[in-house]
Design a protein around this ligand. Sequence first.
Ligand code: FES
Length: 588
Amino acid sequence: MTKQPSQWIHVAAISDVPMGEAKAIRLGEGRSIALFNVDGRIYATDNQCPHMGYPLTRGAVRHGILTCDWHGRSFDLDGGGCFNYECDDLQTFPVDVRQDKIWIQLGDAQYKRRDEHLRLLWQGLLSEDRWTISKAIALLLKGSVPEEEIVEMVLRHLGRHIASSHGAEGGDDVSRLINGIKVGRRYQDADRLMVLATAACSVAGKAAERLEVVSLPGPVAWNNIDRWTRMFSHDGQSGRIERCLFTAYHLDYEDKIMPLLYECAVEPHFLGFADNLLSLGYLAEAIESFGWEQSSELVFSLGAKLLGRRRGEPERFRRDAVGLMTSMVPVIQASNPSTNRVIEYDEDAFVGALVSVNIQKSFDAVGTVLKAGVKLDRLITTLVLLSADRMARTPVNVDAGWGALTVELNLAASLRTAQRHGGDQVAAKGLFHAAWLLFADRWLNIPVRPLTIPLGGDTLDVPNEDAGVRVILNSIASLNVQDVGRQVLEYLNAGYSGDRLLHEMGRVMLWDDTNTRILPTLRTVFEEWERSSGSDPALGAGHPARYQLLVGLARYATDIRTNKDSGSATNTAMRFAEGRTTVDVFEE
Ligand code: FES
């Protein structure tokens, strides 16, 4: 093939494409071009069907319309326009026949289909079609569209989806998206695409138009917005909260919105609604990453639904706990957590009280450590490691309680976000919510043990780190939950890299179809492992229980694993974005 200026390429002789027939031409190692001879006129198109990559040379041409032979998508043979939904247009090329030779003009190699592929992603999100979503994301990433732009599109969809189709449970969607983004950034290529596509697919769904929320007519003072929001939250009136938040935003009070939402969420009457704190954390992270303009509809709609939810009549234990925490609010306010400096404290006594199945003792212990001036970071670390330790030791022969245990772990870790966006008093009150959760999970039959006792155990009997990783991954793949926890501990005892093990374990967990379920916990373990690998004892550095983060995660992921690969759409999308037709893939 000869190249000439302006990208005209000689691709075939006219005799290679007899009348009424088609021919595929391979350009080097890369893309395949389809040539069609229709009544003596030559047309050239991409040979890869934009739907799922089937070779279009196997399609049929009638009345100037090319129809793919696989799922019947149809295209204008001349201009490439597609007549079907969830399929983008076909690329066509100018053709020139000179002295019985066919030349086509490829144009420059620059990616110019950003808008088209973003629209395709939007279509996939609305129709909840995993293939369309995966393909669109693969094409956008291949075209070097920044990940932020892709996620912004998903986030906008999610705002409308939650506003029109979800109640407070919409927090689960935000969790999957934000945690997917955080975990996805730790991986490359197909792994990264798979996590992004998984996160996007898990927030797909209807996104109907809704009546626009408008600001309250002015003048409206912040004090009133603050007062009214708290009152509406107490009374369970979400629609009114949304209008207050929208008004605050338009009056440029956006810096006060998250602290206010957090303050409402840690009120004693929300004991037992751990998802409020978790979801607010993800909303705060959405604002952090994408700014108010992209996130406002989502934050106002979901924030109002969370804090304006009706709570029902509390059962006896919860009613007592609400009364108890209310009576302790002055203690919390007097504790001034921002001046706390103490790192060393009787952690085992604190933990013993938290799991004592006595809510009075548990809340008293929280009040005591706050009064004693123990750093919030340190207390949050205790809660994180306690939850990890429980995951590492929960019996798996009956119901291990993974749902409850992972909420304990994720809530504890999210108190760090609460402190960052809501302030110290919010985080201090959040400790009571975490303590309540441990009390509420009293049905779990996990023996109590002091958290500061070294874990002990042998070292893994393998020749090197590679072999150690392989042993553990095999245990995960073979659902060997009885041994995997011990093996992880022994691997770490041998001095092998926890970072590497976590990365490898994360990858195999992400390619199982339990991936959406596992995302929040995997993200928490990544971040808490990193913190405890640093030098700050308040964040867990040198803590005897820190290995339990990895042990607990391995046991959890192995026990819930289904061994159903959820990655076929991702793998096909990767190949598709590289320009390879389905036949190429089949032939490999
Ligand atoms: S219609 Fe062509 S691959 Fe589906």
